[in-house]
Ligand binder design. Sequence first.
Ligand SMILES: Nc1ncnc2c1ncn2[C@@H]1O[C@H](COP(=O)(O)OP(=O)(O)O)[C@@H](O)[C@H]1O
Ligand SMILES: NC(=O)OP(=O)(O)O
Length: 313
Amino acid sequence: MSKRIVVALGGNAILTDDPSADAQQKTLLNTAKNLVKFVENGDQLIIAHGNGPQVGNLLLQQAASNSKKNPAMPLNTCVAMTQGGIGYWIQKAMDEVMAAKGINKKSVALVTQIKVNANDPAFKRPTKTVGPFMSKAEADKDKKAHPDYVIVEDAGRGYRRAVPSPKPEKILEANAVEDLADKGMIPISVGGGGVAVAQKGDSLQGEDAVIDKDYASAELAKETHADALITLTAVKNVYVNYGKPNQKALKHVTVPEMEEYIKQHQFPEGSMLPKVQAAIDYVNATGNEAVITALGNIEGYLKDHSGTIITKD
Ligand SMILES: Nc1ncnc2c1ncn2[C@@H]1O[C@H](COP(=O)(O)OP(=O)(O)O)[C@@H](O)[C@H]1O
Ligand SMILES: NC(=O)OP(=O)(O)O
């Protein structure tokens, strides 16, 4: 039976070690070759993606060339710019792969705004890491040059700049995404977590924040009435005791079991924890399953239901 699936693409599906446009497009071509398996399976695909490395790099470029004649763009506009850039790459890659396979479908990237609460405490406590990883010495130098930057350690992988990351409340273009999917197109939405906007008086105003794409994807899956939320990352399974000799892959897990693992601090903030929390949120809201697995395991998931499958009970 045809299912509507929201797929959230992790960093490794877009950027590996080379941040050039050519290299990211090459990586995305490989990603599209994997994603097309859902289309071949008859599923209705909606694609979401992150932008952490790209939006941080863009902020650096903005700061480097900031002048009266060429002013730096604010973070909300940089998020929209990365949605557009990465969305274009994904659209191009998906269309190329589908055309080569004789699949008569088009993908369409949609600039997507997400309403957040202007009083979300996240605005006062930047946690979302963006841009390149730095050594401690580089981080100290950066902090000295930009005393207003918040720089934090990122899940044991080095230091990065952190920006506010409010929770998504309402996707303004959700109906348009559903319409596109209903018409047989493949929407690409909530790129980079969506552009955060908040009600200020009579109008919506762009907020300088980066919403976590895992939470934005879960919201997208809820609001577009998707049958499943699939988060694609670099690992086939979520593990308990990850990286230790006694690590154990989680295959089929219930929400109460996952909540217990969260209490045991099995999942680091900023890497696996938001994926697990977003999955729980989606499963609780819909009763449908959420999946966390590797991009390279799409076939395994479709054939054998492998990966980490999270269900209500
Ligand atoms: N308990 C865990 N189980 C599986 N992976 C984990 C766990 N803890 C940390 N990780 C790491 O988290 C990574 C996924 O987070 P991250 O790379 O930030 O996501 P994204 O794919 O969205 O960019 C995995 O590739 C893995 O290296
Ligand atoms: N916006 C966002 O969550 O991006 P990453 O997944 O690349 O960190």
